[in-house]
Design a binder for this molecule. Structure first.
Ligand SMILES: Cc1ncc(COP(=O)(O)O)c(C=O)c1O
Length: 447
């Protein structure tokens, strides 16, 4: 049995005639249509960062569903990432260690902004020559090599899995290695909330990660901004106790009840229908992959609910392909020269899957495009992200940036994965990448 206490509370409040002498300013008056249930932390509505009532009950529900301690974010995985890294820094201090985190280099920009805020040091686990900037499928050997080269013991290893292209790391192997070496494993699972509901769950917590975040809104039926922070069940109690204060440290004091209601309502869906619906979608994606592969399209990644095409082998760039799909009424998640990313979900119908497959099958194959993306830069680190972020900066044309120190925390095309990190010296390879990925201007530290 699954309850929906937040949904029930706001639904009743939304239809009860009251004079709302509280925030928000719309007072339930419809401009968009959902204002009646957009409330604030009034009496009975509980408090997100000190829950005792309906939010506590709903978070207990979601914890049961995921099989670990789970708390809500109404500010995406971005908020959870800051909280996870804050907890890691706290852990380092508790152990009397310098706060250092080893991270696979395909981090979302929030990792870097958190590094600037929290002032931890980073050991980068670089991409291999075969990987591009969005991908870094690390193994224990690659983690061990990066840490040995740095000669410093990090408190935690940080992975992005699945990555934006749908590659999944061997989280179980990484977790076992981290625990053998007394390190935490933190996973940015923004793209993988649904992995808990597969026939063989691939969720990072099920595979041994200590802590992870999921953007519920990316793959589950939740409004944009809804996310989860999960903590492994065997975590020490002091860590569980500090989850809320870690989130509150960076969060708005006005959490969205629309998003909380969506998260709460999603529990009901996950409990009664979610696994079956997700598993049906996984089968449809598998069929779709098989047909596209037979037709000649090159599919990347191993994530069961993502379709990533490397279209150059069939003579198309991702951007061209996205345009053709758009002309057929299909809007993709992401496209660049080398990739086209589609994000199916349990809410796509058979006819949606059919439409996408047919649209891709009807696109003619052309002579392969042989131009490869430039090699990734391996830039020299000059200062920490924090040092660079707080210095005076100037914006210059990207083609004039060779030799300068990157001061950009958010450098990178969508999907917000930086090519050069804040505090690194821009080299010729980096400038070639800027040109290739259409980065025209860049902030550098002032001379
Ligand atoms: C890998 C990864 N991590 C974190 C985030 C941030 O998630 P959110 O938008 O839920 O804050 C994103 C967003 O696209 C992402 O792709």
């Amino acid at each position: 049995m699954m309850t929906t206490p937040i949904y029930d509370f706001v639904s009743v409040y939304g239809v009860t005639k009251r004079i709302r002498m509280h925030m928000p300013g719309h007072k339930g008056h419809d401009l968009l249509g959902f204002e009646k249930i957009d409330i604030t932390e009034i009496d009975g509505a509980d408090e997100l960062y000190a829950p005792k009532g309906i939010i506590a009950e709903s978070e207990e529900n979601v914890s049961r569903i995921f099989g670990c301690k789970t708390v809500y974010s109404t500010e995406g995985s971005s908020l959870c990432i800051r909280a996870m890294l804050y907890l890691a820094v706290q852990e380092a201090i508790r152990r009397g260690q310098k706060p250092v985190i080893a991270a696979a280099r395909n981090v979302h920009k929030t990792f870097l902004t958190a590094a600037a805020l929290l002032d931890f040091d980073i050991i980068w686990i670089p991409q291999t020559a075969e990987e591009d900037y969005l991908c870094c499928k690390v193994t224990p050997e690659r983690i061990a090599a990066a840490i040995a080269e740095a000669g410093v013991q990090p408190v935690a290893v940080y992975l992005t899995s699945p990555d934006y292209l749908g590659n999944i790391c061997d989280v179980a192997a990484a977790a076992a290695w981290c625990h053998d070496h007394d390190m935490l494993l933190i996973v940015d699972n923004a793209h993988g909330a649904y992995l808990r509901f597969l026939e063989q769950p691939l969720h990072p917590i099920a595979l041994g990660a200590d802590i992870c975040c999921d953007s519920a809104h990316k793959t589950l039926p939740v409004l944009t901004g809804g996310a989860y922070l999960h903590l492994a069940d065997n975590a020490p109690s002091y860590r569980a106790a500090s989850l809320k204060s870690a989130m509150a440290m960076f969060a708005s004091t006005s959490p969205s009840y629309l998003i909380l209601t969506a998260l709460d309502r999603c529990n009901d869906w996950l409990f009664y229908e979610g696994s079956a619906a997700i598993q049906r979608a996984v089968k449809s994606v598998k069929n779709c992959r098989e047909m596209l592969t037979l037709h000649g399209w090159k599919l990347l990644g191993d994530e069961p609910l993502k379709l990533t095409i490397a279209p150059k082998t069939c003579g198309w760039t991702g951007t061209e392909l996205a345009k053709v799909l758009e002309e057929n009424g299909i809007i993709c998640e992401f496209a660049d020269q080398d990739h086209l990313v589609l994000m199916p979900s349990a809410f796509h119908t058979r006819s949606d899957f059919y439409g996408v497959t047919q649209a891709l099958l009807s696109i003619p194959q052309r002579k392969p495009i042989t131009e490869l993306p430039p090699h990734l830069p391996h830039p020299e680190r000059v200062m920490t992200p924090r040092e660079a972020a707080f210095r005076p900066t100037e914006r210059i044309p990207a083609e004039c940036s060779v030799g300068r120190v990157c001061a950009e925390l958010t450098l990178g095309c969508p999907p917000a994965v930086p090519i050069v990190m804040c505090g690194e010296r821009i080299n010729k390879e980096a400038a070639d990448c800027f040109a290739y990925y259409g980065i025209r201007e860049i902030a550098v530290t002032a001379n």
